[in-house]
Design a protein around this ligand. Sequence first.
Ligand SMILES: Cc1cc2nc3c(=O)[nH]c(=O)nc-3n(C[C@H](O)[C@H](O)[C@H](O)COP(=O)(O)O)c2cc1C
Length: 217
Amino acid sequence: MSDLRELLRGIDVFFGDLPDFDPAGLPVDPQELFVEWLLAAHRGGVREPHAMTLSTIGSDGAPTARVLILKNVSAQGWQFAADADSRKGRELAAHPVASLTFYWSELARQVRVRGRVEAAEPGSSAADFLARSPGARAEALLGLQSTPLSDLAARDEAVRAAARRIEEDPGLVAPGWTLYTLRADSVEFWQGDRDRRHTRVNYVCTGTGWERGLLWP
Ligand SMILES: Cc1cc2nc3c(=O)[nH]c(=O)nc-3n(C[C@H](O)[C@H](O)[C@H](O)COP(=O)(O)O)c2cc1C
């Protein structure tokens, strides 16, 4: 274990050619800055820059986090999709608040978004489902996410059966598939620095607009 501790301590962080982050003259709306950073991560060769950690609150008050794909950022907020019957879906139904965390290591940038979550109406959720690849639709059609699985052969057989159903009926939509929108009430941007002079800017929604300020790193 001490070897592992040494190995972890030796892994370099915040290295390479990191971007500048000048808090002067930032956009009024954090969405604009978020999209700018997301596109910079994409251009900068970050693999899956749209992968984010979604944290929700369970009935016991404890958080659970998992990685999801960001579907879009619209005027309404940050969108993702999941099965309403999954653990996260049930947690969001009971506590419609969440946080999203992005980390783009190549740029040493982190973004944290917190806010209320709303489920889209069925038409938008169905459109999102139908835009998925056939394989991803078959997986979502199983409708068993986060429930115990007896063995992997049962998974494979269920995926094959779901793929056959989709082939026979390409308009089939998984009943629980839901597009969610997180309406941000705060968004924090964190730019790492080799010399540990990290820069943090936090946007807070006032109800009529956004206030922003620096945070100690
Ligand atoms: C890169 C990546 C992307 C993922 N995208 C999604 C997604 O968009 N929607 C989803 O429901 N699960 C996605 N997952 C799976 C989730 O992380 C999670 O395992 C699953 O949704 C069950 O979570 P739950 O038990 O908390 O409901 C993704 C996992 C990874 C690693």
